[in-house]
Design a protein around this ligand. Structure first.
Ligand code: F6P
Length: 345
């Protein structure tokens, strides 16, 4: 008699475990690329899709950033249909900056899209603003959310590097190397404006790697007298041309150019690198990060860890809470400014 009762009980428990296990198992994940695009986003889409499918998950991709969640527009992603995109800039899912998602009603619609499509985990590929959006969404959704940092600005706390940064740096280097040729021929000073929004990560790395005579970043207020002094000292040493790499975040670079011309009595030209930095084939570095981050994002979801961002710390792939990411500011290594000055004498 007892043996039958115990056997029946064990049978019941096993079924509960199976049923509940099934209920909470990760089956379907979604991807979204959001905010400014960055070279390597496609590589991340490919990596997430192929790793997830290799673990038996289904993958869908919402289109046009958060707007795709709001309008419930998505497509199925398979190992085959993400082929041929690894080397292509931009994002096949397209992207947007969504004003509607900033409102609670917009975010509620996004939650609904996750629910009706049975999305257990969401991977958000984007920069600062997108990761903040991911955190807000995770507060009102049961879907586990993991962020992958992708922005040319490299301004995301919790990761040494973001997908796309290296490509943008190399794009700017290519352009500035050419500008150097004409600057030398004409013995001219060039101000080259680079992107980076309100931060100087791009400008500093680009400036250092092109041997800029002056680097201007928003983190350090610039001083016209000191710029002119540097140009004059260089001129006295026989260096008649020069490159000033200026982050867009320092303000009006044309005004700066005019001020230098007036104060130093030299000819100065302006070149704005602009949106070319956001496109182009991702470099090996950007592709590598996309692959590593993509794998880690899927791993985190399978381990039921939401509200996280994958990142790179001391060269290793790590994870960090989205709350920590969005409440801290990444610091610019200003010692590199000093090195750049020493090297550009
Ligand atoms: O965040 C990436 C970035 O390219 C910044 O460097 C730049 O300031 C901004 O996006 C431009 O934004 P938008 O595409 O909305 O003009």
């Amino acid at each position: 008699m007892w043996i039958y009762i115990i056997a029946g009980y064990l049978f019941f428990v096993e079924w509960q475990v199976l049923l509940l296990g099934d209920k909470f198992a990760m089956k379907r994940i979604a991807l979204v690329t959001s905010g400014g695009d960055a070279p390597g986003m496609n590589a991340a889409i490919r990596a997430v899709t192929r790793v997830a499918c290799s673990k038996g998950l289904e993958v869908i991709g919402f289109e046009r950033g958060w707007d795709g969640l709001i309008s419930n527009t998505f497509r199925e992603l398979t190992p085959r249909n993400v082929g041929g995109i690894l080397h292509v800039g931009g994002t096949i899912l397209r992207t947007s900056r969504s004003p509607e998602f900033r409102k609670p009603e917009g975010r509620k619609k996004a939650v609904k899209a996750l629910e009706v499509n049975d999305v257990d985990g969401l991977v958000v590929v984007g920069g600062d603003g997108s990761l903040r959006g991911a955190l807000e969404l995770s507060k009102i959704s049961d879907t586990l959310i993991v962020g992958i940092p992708a922005t040319i600005d490299n301004d995301v706390y919790g990761t040494e590097e973001t997908i796309g940064f290296d490509t943008a740096v190399n794009t700017a280097i290519g352009e500035i190397d050419k500008i150097r040729d004409t600057a030398n021929s004409h013995e001219r000073i060039f101000v080259v404006e680079v992107m980076g929004r309100t931060r100087g990560f791009l400008a500093l790395t680009i400036g250092l790697t092109v041997g800029a005579e002056v680097i201007l970043v928003p983190e350090v207020e610039y001083n016209l007298e000191s710029i002119v002094h540097t140009l004059e000292v260089n001129g006295a040493k026989g260096k008649k041309s020069g490159i000033i790499v200026a982050a867009e975040g320092i303000g009006d670079t044309y005004k700066l150019l005019k001020a230098i011309e007036e104060r130093a009595g030299v000819e100065v030209r302006l070149s704005v690198t602009g949106y070319a930095q956001r496109g182009g084939n991702p470099t090996a570095r950007s592709r590598l990060l996309a692959n590593l981050f993509g794998e880690k994002a899927v791993d985190l979801l399978l381990q039921k860890q939401g509200n996280m961002m994958v990142g790179l710390e001391e060269g290793k792939v790590t994870s960090i809470g989205l709350q920590e990411v969005t409440t801290n500011q990444k610091q610019l290594d200003l010692t590199l400014m000093k090195l750049a000055q020493t090297l550009a004498t």
